[in-house]
Design a protein around this ligand. Structure first.
Ligand SMILES: [Zn+2]
Length: 320
């Protein structure tokens, strides 16, 4: 017992000695062996639950996209806090409120996030069917005036009905590369986000449209595009590992303005099809929400490792 207490004491002492050698120095953590380790490039993530308030998003049979998106976002926040506690999280909404995309972008830019993750779910129009159910008698007239005669004939009778679209699975979007100029403007307006302090000082005296600034903007935009593409592909890989149907990482042409408006890498995850009854149940279940959130956490861990250790260059996702 005493030996145990002694060893615990010695252990704690060693821990205190060792940790005292880890000194923070202007963005670098200097370990006791003297080699500086750069701080992670991923320190703050902005999580955004799509839709909200009067904007319900896509409807299911009993749930709406805004509810599912919020539940998955909050689950994602929980898992990230538990598994990546060093990362600071900002959540755009925690309740059923409407936020204009410009509000969402403002929250993300003011928070100076390193990554923006939007959670949505997909929907596909119901399939229309026409089924022959027999003949019915139709009345029609021939001739005019006194010659007018009432006649009947047999015509085919159909019943029309709809069935849910069987589309299912996940897609992860990034902004279209052709929108990089829009992204560049967002970057220009929020340059403090991507310019590190040394670079910020050196470019501070240039006017906004100086070639030096434009090149920096252009390079950063391209780098953020590559990082976003890498994360989108990694999220899809993790969904596939979890047994989901992988509908690819794609560049979206329209409808994801917010991804261009934030001055940071950004992805939009379509977590499943609320229009598919099976997936609506999955999206609303605790297990489903946890599985989706965990796949995204796994991808974010790989993303962080990648941007901290090597290049994230990947083939660009297809345009949709
Ligand atoms: Zn949506």
């Amino acid at each position: 017992m005493i030996r145990k207490i002694c060893s615990i004491g010695l252990f704690s002492f060693l821990i205190i000695i060792l940790t005292s050698f880890v000194v923070e120095k202007g963005g670098y953590v200097v370990k006791n062996n003297g080699t500086p380790t750069q701080k992670s490039r991923l320190r703050k993530i902005v999580l955004d639950a799509g839709h909200g308030g009067h904007d319900g998003g896509a409807p299911g049979r009993y749930s709406t996209e805004k509810e599912v998106a919020l539940a998955i976002t909050l689950r994602l926040e929980e898992l990230l806090r538990a598994q990546m506690p060093e990362i600071e999280l900002v959540v755009t909404r925690r309740s059923d409120i409407y936020q204009h995309p410009t509000t969402k972008a403002k929250i993300a830019n003011e928070a100076k996030g390193d990554l923006f993750v939007c959670i949505h779910c997909n929907s596909a129009p119901a399939h229309k069917h026409r089924e022959f159910i027999g003949y019915k008698t139709e009345t029609y007239y021939t001739g005019k005036g006194k010659k007018k005669k009432k006649r009947t004939r047999q015509v085919k009778n159909y019943r029309t009905y709809t069935t849910p679209n069987p589309a299912k699975g996940t897609e992860t979007y990034i902004w279209g590369a052709h929108k990089n100029d829009v992204k560049e403007i967002a970057m220009k307006e929020n340059e403090s986000l991507y310019l590190d302090s040394t670079l910020a000082k050196s470019v501070a005296n240039f006017d906004a449209d100086s070639p030096e600034k434009m090149i920096t903007l252009n390079l950063k935009t391209r780098q953020y595009f590559e990082r976003s593409a890498f994360l989108a592909l990694t999220i899809q890989e993790e969904f596939k590992k979890a047994g989901r149907v992988d509908r690819e990482a794609l560049q979206r042409q329209v409808g994801i303005w917010v991804l261009q408006a934030v001055a940071m890498p950004a992805v939009l995850v379509e977590t499943g099809y609320i229009s598919n009854p099976e997936e609506e149940d999955y999206l609303n279940s605790k297990e489903g929400q946890t599985e989706i959130a965990q796949a995204i956490v796994n991808a974010i861990k790989r993303y962080q490792y990648s941007i901290d250790n090597k290049s994230t260059t990947v083939a660009s996702p297809k345009l949709k």
